[in-house]
Design a protein around this ligand. Structure first.
Ligand code: FMN
Length: 156
């Protein structure tokens, strides 16, 4: 989903990077979360701190957002990473609810550190049925709503 958003943004003239939380250093909890900055995370952090707008693609894990996402934002810098910046949120799930609750939970976390969340948030359920063989969304309503969110986010 993140690379789909990246591709649509590029088609609309915007260059965006993708950070997968699977790329976070294994040591994150032992180092960056508790005050010992690691060289590996420092590199990631430099990009985060230079970025003004974020799109979070958030899978539903046990009825909320993944714990690793909280570890990630907790390990970032305050206020340099997110304060007074902007973000859009996309919830996805293999089940029926498209991570409605997790996206709401994460909205509360973002507001705590003053990251402005765009009002149009998406919830895409049954995610395994949404992509064609080339990794593109193909259902008319999902294409329409993701495009609407991307356009609004460019203007946000
Ligand atoms: C630990 C874990 C918990 C999950 N919990 C839920 C859940 O509560 N509801 C749901 O609909 N899907 C759940 N899923 C499915 C994920 O939302 C879905 O497979 C998503 O695409 C996973 O994204 P990822 O591969 O980036 O982790 C869970 C998946 C994992 C790995």
């Amino acid at each position: 989903m993140a690379t789909y958003y990246q591709k649509r943004l590029r088609e609309k003239g915007i260059d965006a990077g993708v950070l997968s939380l699977t790329e976070l250093p294994d040591s994150l909890i032992a180092t960056d979360l508790y005050g010992k900055r690691s060289a590996e995370f420092e590199l990631i952090l430099r990009t985060v701190n230079q970025t003004d707008k974020f799109i979070f693609i958030i899978p539903e894990y046990n009825g909320s957002f993944p714990g690793v996402l909280k570890v990630f934002v907790d390990a970032c810098d305050f206020p340099e990473s997110f304060y007074e910046k902007k973000a859009a949120l996309v919830g996805i799930s293999s089940g029926k609810y498209g991570n409605i609750r997790g996206v709401d939970h994460f909205t509360g976390v973002c507001h705590y550190f003053n990251l402005h969340i765009m009002p149009l948030k998406l919830h895409i359920a049954n995610i395994k049925s949404e992509f064609d063989a080339d990794g593109n969304l193909f259902k008319e309503d999902t294409v329409k709503f993701t495009d609407e969110q991307i356009d609004k986010f460019i203007a946000f």
